[in-house]
Design a protein around this ligand. Sequence first.
Ligand code: NAI
Length: 467
Amino acid sequence: MSERKTHDIAIIGSGPGGYVAAIKAAQMGQSVALIDHSYLGGCCLNVGCIPTKTLLSNASVLQTIRHAKDFGISVGPVSFDYAQMKAQKDKIVAKIRASLEGLIKTNKITIYRGKAQFQSPGELKIIGQDNLFVSAGKIIIATGSVPLDIKAFPCDHHRILNSTSILEITELPRHLCIVGGGYIGCEFASLFNELGVHVTILEALPTILAGQGKQIAEFMTKAFHARGIDIQTNVAVQRIDNQKSHAAIALVNGKTMDADIVLIAVGRKIYTDGLALDRAGLAVNEKGAIETNSRMETAVKDIYAIGDVTGQWMLAHVASHQGLVAASNASGHEMHIDYAAVPAVVFTSPEIATVGLNLEQAIQAGHTAAAGFFPFQALGKAQASMETEGFAQIVADRKTGQILGAQIIGRDASNLIAEMALAIQNELTLESVMQTIHAHPTIAESWLEAAAIANETPIHFPPRTKR
Ligand code: NAI
């Protein structure tokens, strides 16, 4: 192997962090190499956000048809073909992947297909479909994360699956047991429940979605129970035996359970395998992450890190934004990352979306905080569309009125959170939201109402009774 190429910037990993950084750097006139040993688009496009949201759309259509009777519409018997849904999901992913490749090429970015390994801080060896050495003035590491395995019962991808292999099944199980009730566990629980699978979540902590705070965790526990999802908390799995016809699950408390398949969703592991970071003079922290400053620079000059590998948020859109920051700085344009207004969405039914601080966090941060909670029950549009499950809540500083955070659960929460992200990023106040005319009748009006409630001047909600 003697071929050698030189670029201004080399980016390792083509996920939503890496490819966005590549396009930004190319726009800024840099000669860019984008290196990946797998499909372009990373986890998000190939085995994460896009395939799961495709399947969730199928499930949502099914739910709409099943509830047609509530709207006075009769439909005949409803059936579906999961293998066809899966095939459609694969087709959509392949189509986006092809568009992405076109986009990268139009930006005159060179793609190298292979695994990158540092030889020195400015040189990489690529091994795979392409085999060569790449030298670059700046290197951006965007290698992401992979599903975390449990050593005692590793995935066999037949009965014990992870979030990647479960996307490959073509036949629905009757009973799916999910170990871990976090983001991934709950999204898959919701999806398969809507498709008629009996779902059990086994969560080690006292609640599912513990990271979302008590209010959301309690709301979602009730919502999941109402949908027939079985949630068992404070449980630890001791063993999973792959029997011929099923998986036999033994819990530490002595109980046992059978399931057709088990999904392991206990977190994701930062992926830096094979990079030989030490040859670049880089080390990972105790979480396995590569630490960066607000310019996305690592401890080694001219090496940047973005995305899951930084151990910050593990969200595709954060990776993309970090990519813009790293690419700008690497191209000589100063830019800093700011995590004050990161929207996060859990695509369950109902959807959860949050940004900024919740009430507990705001109080802990020393604010005299007020929360305006507005249930969708009180909203005309929600009543009209029979989607009254959920609420919108704004957390603000009582003295200044500045919006510190927002939480929303319900239909379209994933889209509705954008208004609050904009408000927080731009340090807007309750007054700014109340001064903004919101179209009627829409679910977005709930922000107007929540702001008015936090301000103690509600219009469509009873005034707070004086104590
Ligand atoms: P997570 O950290 O959200 O949840 C893992 C859950 O598993 C925790 O509740 C934990 O207590 C539990 N757990 C750990 N070990 C266990 C055991 N042995 N038995 C039972 N329960 C156990 O991790 P998850 O759900 O795997 O997601 C990983 C990351 O991927 C998230 O942090 C999120 O940032 C990202 N993600 C984002 C999505 C989105 O933006 N919509 C969707 C999916 C993932």
